[in-house]
Design a protein around this ligand. Sequence first.
Ligand SMILES: C[S@@+](CC[C@H](N)C(=O)[O-])C[C@H]1O[C@@H](n2cnc3c(N)ncnc32)[C@H](O)[C@@H]1O
Ligand SMILES: O=C(O)C(=O)C[C@]1(C(=O)O)C=C[C@@H](O)C=C1
Length: 247
Amino acid sequence: MSKEPDRIFAQPLDKVPDFAFNEDVVRVFPDMIKRSVPGYPTIVENLGVLAAQFAQPNSVLYDLGASLGAVTQALRRHVRTDGCRVIAVDNSAAMVERCREYLNGQNSMFQELLPVEVIEGDILALDFQPASVVALNFTLQFIAPEQRTALLSRIRRSLLPGGALILSEKLRFNDAEEHALLTDLHVAFKRANGYSELEIAQKRSAIENVMKPDSLEEHRERLLAAGFSKVVPWFQCLNFASLIALP
Ligand SMILES: C[S@@+](CC[C@H](N)C(=O)[O-])C[C@H]1O[C@@H](n2cnc3c(N)ncnc32)[C@H](O)[C@@H]1O
Ligand SMILES: O=C(O)C(=O)C[C@]1(C(=O)O)C=C[C@@H](O)C=C1
């Protein structure tokens, strides 16, 4: 994985463009996400552990919005169920190209890994195959809010009995005081990870039009409306959380 440090917002910009998963972001993405999302390494590794509990023989495991394939690699480290294969999907050409390189490197180093197919495409247009695990790791927040329920309904319909959706997201909070406190603590987390005030402020304006977090209550209601029977939060660090949704 690239070790290049994220300096994307380090210099003052006349106008901060909307955030995009382009070549510049791809180059620094492992550093960016680790320094921006509290608990990210724990979530990714344990997503593999959780997935192993829900994986059903001869089924598909989806990594939706796979970026560089961190979740796919965790699935390959932990899932040992017979006949499983991973389908990783992302609509950023730059991400997909680099993701394929990393996974090919993994293929040549280890034997008996789950087969992986990396698809460059829009998860909103995906024809889902019967799946036992679907991971949306910090991806739903980038989908237009009015399209989220339909996507989750299609995922729900593709899930096999015994399977699960694992959904990780940045959260907002309905209680203004709680929202302000956890937002401040997230800024402190970024500062402690070496981001300057300028970098933090410019990143905030870059993502505000493209990334729309929901509250835990909104997630729960939407998942139930999409046909899931049970929603169980399994991780929260500051304003970032991960949920298990059962069919
Ligand atoms: C924050 S990143 C996900 C991080 C990744 N899952 C991980 O754990 O390292 C969000 C990803 O979702 C992808 N994405 C956003 N909208 C998408 C869509 N409609 N279809 C496919 N991928 C999408 C972006 O290109 C980006 O790579
Ligand atoms: O909330 C922020 O400030 C973030 O930087 C979050 C976030 C994310 O949750 O995906 C946004 C974009 C990058 O992909 C990395 C992290």
